[in-house]
Design a protein around this ligand. Structure first.
Ligand SMILES: *Cc1c(COP(=O)(O)O)cnc(C)c1O
Length: 374
């Protein structure tokens, strides 16, 4: 470990590709017949799509979802031809040909998107693949029920399209008792019944844990792959994927009554030893963790004190044996004992936001990942 110290960066972010692939396999093991895709939008939730995606491919994943066209274009060269890349936002007007050029499959969310994709199929005199999204109760993306009815009532609207899947997205899947879940399920079933023969996909990470009924032909986990707890209020069955270690810049001893950091929001109640760590809110270590976060060293929890600065945070190390923490030492800012969900809870957000905020300044190290071949 010490030979891996991030010499130039303020912190070391370790990403465990073996844990990632184990998570993918354990989600897949919950499925009877459905396929397990991987959602790798937002640079694989901040963990680096160009390393995450090939590792998942080697684990057996063949279906990948991104949000934007440019994410799909970036991903295409990292994956063999038998991998499908679906773009959740679909084409913006005029972008349709780029989808064909880069072999990306759009998720069609509106009648204009559907019409434009079909018009291109006609121009090219071919059949184009697509996913059709229906809104079953999130009111975010996808055809509204009346629009969907118009499509199924006039099959000409689907001519020249090869529908790979019909999909919808759950609004409250992490809350297992939420009545929105069975309601969305019922609406999705109705929609599928109107397009016989087309395969379906409803579940995100949390949706997988709602049971077999929610699996259909393809599930679309993102967060759980990266270690986020899929079910609120239950033990997290996923393996942690990240470890974040911040470098100590300075330590000092302060007297009782000494105020610390911007705006002096913390004052020493005893003679204290404190350490300044080279990670701040510009690295995605959210300022809302000021005076709330926990850091650790060798498993010993240490409180984060005062306001988090742009590039630094300050930790109370009084409870560690004197002299143990010196400049260059690494403190754990996120690790299996203090995971993304725990950090998120203290910051007043969700694990997703902690991951996607992870700093671009960190030195990154990828562990495992089956590169020796599957
Ligand atoms: C982001 C997203 C997912 C993945 O959701 P997780 O909760 O991260 O598993 C699946 N489907 C759609 C449509 C999404 O936007």
């Amino acid at each position: 470990m010490t030979d891996q110290h991030p010499i130039r960066a303020g912190a070391l972010l370790s990403i465990d590709l073996d844990a990632l692939c184990d998570n993918w396999r354990s989600l897949k093991a919950r499925l009877a017949n459905a396929e397990c895709a991987a959602v790798v939008k937002a640079d694989a939730y901040g963990l680096g799509a160009e390393r995450i995606t090939p590792a998942l491919y080697r684990a057996g994943c063949r279906n990948f979802f991104v949000a934007h066209l440019n994410e799909g274009i970036a991903l295409r060269p990292t994956l063999p031809a038998d991998a499908s890349i679906y773009v959740l936002h679909g084409p913006h007007p005029g972008d349709e040909r780029e989808f064909v050029h880069h072999r990306l499959v759009p998720v069609l969310n509106s009648l204009p998107q559907l019409g434009a994709w079909q018009a291109l199929a006609r121009d090219l005199d071919t059949v184009l693949p697509a996913i059709l999204q229906v809104d079953t109760g999130m009111a975010r993306l996808g055809l509204a029920p009346d629009e969907f009815e118009r499509v199924v009532a006039s099959p000409a609207l689907l001519l020249r399209l090869s529908l790979k899947f019909i999909i919808s997205h759950l609004a409250s899947a992490e809350d297992q008792d939420n009545p929105a879940n069975p309601l969305q399920l019922a609406r999705f079933r109705q929609a599928m019944a109107r397009l016989p023969g087309v395969r379906g996909s409803l579940a995100n990470s949390s949706g997988i844990f709602l049971g077999d009924d929610y699996h259909f032909n393809l599930v679309r986990p993102g967060a759980a792959l990266y270690g986020v707890a899929p079910v609120a209020g239950q033990t997290n069955p996923m393996r942690p994927v990240i470890r974040l270690q911040g470098k100590v810049l300075q330590t000092r001893t302060i007297a009782t009554g000494t105020a610390v950091g911007y705006s002096h929001t913390w004052t020493a109640q005893r003679p204290s030893r404190i350490a300044t760590v080279a990670v701040g809110y510009a690295d995605g270590y959210l300022r809302s963790l000021s005076n709330r976060g926990t850091v650790s060293w060798d498993g010993i929890p240490l409180p984060l004190i005062g306001n988090i600065s742009m590039d630094t945070l300050i930790v109370d190390i009084t409870d560690l044996p004197e002299g143990r923490i010196a400049e260059g030492e690494l403190l754990d800012l996120a690790d299996p004992l203090n995971g993304v969900d725990a950090i998120a809870a203290r910051a007043g957000t969700i694990g997703y936001e902690i991951l996607t905020s992870l700093g671009r300044r960190y030195a990154r190290r990828y562990l495992g990942g089956g590169e020796e071949g599957v």
